[in-house]
Design a protein around this ligand. Structure first.
Ligand SMILES: Nc1ncnc2c1ncn2[C@@H]1O[C@H](COP(=O)(O)OP(=O)(O)OP(=O)(O)O)[C@@H](O)[C@H]1O
Ligand SMILES: [Mg+2]
Length: 393
């Protein structure tokens, strides 16, 4: 198959992260969808043309892999404004939810429809034929249960069509998505790969590769801890629990509302207030600079304590661990609290990533490394086969 484009996609409970092509494109979409029951009001064409397509994803999906085929969805930012929006339930399985596929197909279609990709994908009568080589992942728990196999084959076995409805710039386009190859990696393993290898899968961290390490990934709705030994993820030791930072962010938002009468639009606004470089933990109340430090400290410290208890628990069961890395968006928010607790308590060897982007994009980066390497080797194989054919002719 010609012209297959690389896509590395991490469908996080909080947001999807995608890296495409030669890494020239990356996209981040909140993992929120809303099934459309009524028509989305048509906005003026001009207004639509000026907007970013990702801000207004409105699509109809046709795919036999969906439990609910041919439905209309608002996805991401547009869905957050909807009254019937759905976020993933912490107890659910990523591989079995339509929501995972809706997010995945939407992200691929947004990439496929880009003006620049007219060179790669065939377009006729507003229909785009897009072929991808996809690297993605599932939580260790689901891979352990063997759910990756079915997930992969459902993606591979059919064509999935995304029809853009009232979406800026792309309204009226249809994208037929086919996969040349799909690789489903376990999330914890992927994080390890990203830490020790570069884009060509050369080892960049010799010190780390043979160590026993823990990777605690604190996400929006869940936390996963991978145990790595002998360069492998120890399946039996890995643990996941339904505890992320979303709930605490929501609690902070609620308390700011009840105490100061200030209504913040979203959890993202809370993140901004507690992580900004200047004037951290302050908001404006009726024009006066006001501290929310007490609220933030109390709620985040409580969550950090719970996270620390999990770390302690797992470290006890893996006493020869040398270091634990904290990754995911939640680690950025809890970093100072976890460090303070650790200094006062057990003094484990723990580490964080200074670069926020590195922490949040860990999985997507790992999938990219793995799938790009796979694709390169695959192409070489094909080339040498073709050469053999030519020689034998
Ligand atoms: N730049 C940032 N700085 C600080 N916190 C952030 C940042 N971006 C996102 N977050 C917060 O971190 C939390 C987790 O984000 P992350 O992207 O790691 O979750 P996820 O991978 O989508 O979810 P999960 O791991 O549960 O599947 C979110 O609640 C988000 O609000
Ligand atoms: Mg995550």
């Amino acid at each position: 198959m010609a012209n297959s484009r690389i896509a590395a996609i991490d469908v996080g409970n909080d947001s999807l992260k995608g890296i495409f092509g030669k890494m020239e494109v990356d996209i981040n979409i909140p993992n929120v969808i809303a099934k459309d029951v009524e028509d989305r009001p048509i906005i003026g064409i001009e207004e639509l043309d000026n907007q970013d397509p990702t801000e207004g994803i409105h699509i109809r999906l046709h795919s036999p892999t969906l439990k609910d085929n041919n439905s209309i969805y608002r996805v991401g930012h547009l869905a957050t404004k909807s009254s019937n929006s759905m976020e993933l339930d912490p107890g659910s399985s990523k591989s079995e939810e339509d929501q995972t596929l809706v997010m995945l197909f939407a992200a691929l279609a947004i990439d496929a429809a880009r003006e620049e990709n007219k060179q790669i994908f065939k377009r006729s009568n507003n229909v785009i034929e897009a072929t991808y080589t996809l690297g993605t992942g599932l939580p260790l728990r689901e891979v352990k249960e063997g759910k990756d196999v079915g997930y992969r084959s459902r993606l591979l076995s059919s064509v999935h069509q995304v029809e853009f409805l009232v979406t800026p710039k792309y309204q009226g386009l249809k994208v037929n998505i086919k996969f040349e190859e799909v690789k489903v990696y376990p999330e914890g393993f992927a994080a390890f790969i990203n830490l020790v290898m570069d884009n060509n899968l050369n080892i960049i961290n010799k010190d780390l590769i043979d160590k026993r390490i823990l990777i605690q990934d604190i996400g929006g709705l869940s936390t996963d801890v991978a145990v790595i030994k002998n360069r492998k993820v120890d399946d039996d030791k890995a643990q996941g629990f339904n505890l992320g930072v979303s709930e605490s962010l929501e609690a902070i938002r609620e308390e700011i509302r009840s105490k100061h009468g200030v209504e913040l639009d979203s959890r993202r606004d809370v993140v901004e207030i507690i992580t900004k470089k200047n004037d951290r933990n302050h908001i404006m109340v009726k024009g006066s600079r006001t501290s929310v430090h007490d609220i933030v400290d109390r709620i985040l410290l409580e969550l950090a304590k719970k996270q620390y208890r999990h770390l302690r628990n797992i470290w006890q069961k893996n006493s020869q661990t040398e270091i634990c890395y904290f990754i995911g968006g939640g680690s950025i928010i809890l970093k100072d609290y976890l460090k303070a607790l650790n200094n006062n308590l057990d003094g484990y060897n723990i580490d964080f990533f200074e670069d926020e982007k590195e922490s949040i994009w860990m999985m997507a980066n790992a999938y990219y490394k793995l799938i790009a390497d796979f694709s390169k080797k695959n192409q070489k194989e094909k080339q040498s086969e073709e050469q053999k054919m030519v020689k034998t002719k």
